[in-house]
Design a protein around this ligand. Structure first.
Ligand code: SF4
Ligand code: SF4
Length: 424
């Protein structure tokens, strides 16, 4: 059976009441800062891009998808749309796509990206039969783009102003061209921001049509607090209709986009249902690899109440389990740290000691032990605060950003999930 492209509810208006989509929130980091975006909030009632209640690892995402398909067998599309950018998290994104494709050969796969780092992945996306990619292009003139983007991080360098916009736009247009050469359906989103790019969207439409874009989605900008644009008024319905009308000269229009959350699931336009969100939370609470049955979390603490000891200084680790029926954290063991010295061998020996722990909570850690632990399936999380709160958060898949040491909060501003699936 071939992929049923006409079943895509975003690209085919006729199928949107019949088929659902699911966004797998595996991409927390972003590589640019749009002046209208704030990904700090995760209110379940907020329905806009960049918002998710949980972050999943690729294997957790596959597990969640399996559960979601039981509840909603009409899901025809699996997408990755943040909450950051899929290609600021390329390993997680590509692994998720590979896992889903291997398990569901007929599933439609799609992605929404800012396009900055899409280019190197297009060949593999085509091999994986990713059929639809959306690039958000708000400007093709770097001077206008400089108003929209605060910064762009590309190949480990931060760009600002016109230079930032130029780097982004060049990559977006190049990627769009290549997507079409690879036979992938390309949608362009353009956010209409009054006074910034509303006069310019028609030029964007003309350029992206020339490069082969299939459909255009002119979206009204959504006012979000604590952003540079928070005082800009949202465009009127008339302005949006006028721009859609003018740009329809160049491209077919998508007019039913619901500006979905990064964890949206179900029929477009309907709120996420509670049962499905329970499945999402359950998936986030599993070990990063759900088939890994590690029941414990290790903690480095001086007195047994706070996470307040550096990994290298600990002479013993407290081992906690969790009672899922009543939510209690249970101290089950105290294990002696391997003797000081010995370099890598010390950390390998520690990994053996903590072989049944999914995470190690410390107040500080060096790169070397962190890598060895990770290679052995133990996530090192640098936190500060009360042990019970952190352990409870990990086992129930909660966001632990508020417990992260400020030195661990990255420029991406992404929130980190309870299982350490956030900023990597
Ligand atoms: Fe936010 Fe998306 Fe812009 Fe990144 S690309 S800053 S996630 S709107
Ligand atoms: Fe479809 Fe728009 Fe929702 Fe993306 S944000 S899933 S394009 S309706």
């Amino acid at each position: 059976m071939s992929l049923q492209i006409e079943n895509h509810p975003c690209f085919n208006d006729a199928s949107r009441h019949k088929f659902g989509r699911i966004h797998l929130p595996v991409a927390p980091k972003c590589n640019i800062q749009c002046n209208y975006c704030n990904r700090k909030f995760d209110c379940m009632n907020e329905n806009r891009p960049g918002v998710t209640s949980r972050i999943l690892s690729p294997l957790q995402a596959l597990h969640y998808l399996e559960q979601a398909l039981v509840l909603s067998p009409n899901i025809a599309v699996v997408g990755i749309a943040g909450p950051g950018d899929p290609f600021a998290n390329p390993d997680e994104t590509m692994q998720t796509l590979r896992l889903v494709r291997a398990k569901y050969p007929e599933m439609l796969l799609c992605l929404a990206t800012n396009g900055l780092e899409l280019l190197p992945y297009i060949d593999e996306l085509a091999e994986l039969k990713v059929s639809h990619v959306t690039i958000t292009i708000n400007a093709i003139d770097p001077v206008i783009g400089a108003e929209v983007y605060a910064w762009v991080r590309y190949k480990k360098k931060i760009y600002r102003d016109v230079e930032a916009a130029r780097v982004l736009i060049d990559n977006q247009l190049e990627s769009l061209k290549k997507l079409k050469e690879a036979g992938i359906t390309a949608k362009v989103n353009s956010i209409i921001i009054p006074g910034i790019n509303d006069q310019h969207v028609i030029t964007v439409a003309s350029k992206v049509a020339e490069l082969g874009a299939d459909i255009l989605n002119c979206l009204p900008y959504y006012s979000t607090t604590e952003t540079v644009f928070e005082n800009i008024e949202e465009p009127s319905l008339e302005m949006v209709a006028e721009i859609q009308n003018a740009t329809s000269e160049y491209l077919p229009q998508m007019k039913h986009c619901a500006r979905c959350r990064a964890d949206a699931v179900g029929i477009i336009g309907e709120l996420n249902n509670e049962e499905m969100m329970k499945k999402l939370a359950e998936a986030a609470a599993l070990p990063k690899n759900p088939s890994d049955t590690r029941p414990y979390v290790a903690v480095s603490s001086m007195e047994g109440v706070l996470i307040n000891q550096h990994l290298g200084e600990a002479d013993r680790f407290l081992i906690y389990g969790f009672n899922h029926s009543n939510g209690d954290c249970i101290l089950v063991d105290s294990r002696t740290a391997p003797p000081y010295g010995g370099g890598q061998e010390r950390w390998k020996s520690l990994a053996d000691t903590l072989h049944d722990c999914r995470a190690l909570l410390v107040n500080g850690a060096g790169d070397s032990p962190t890598k060895v632990m990770k290679a052995n399936g133990i996530e090192v999380m640098v936190l500060e605060g009360v042990i019970e709160e952190a352990v409870h958060g990990i086992f129930s898949g909660q966001d632990l950003k508020h417990l992260m040491k400020s030195s661990q909060i990255h420029a991406c501003g992404s929130s980190c999930s309870g299982t350490g699936g956030g900023c990597g």
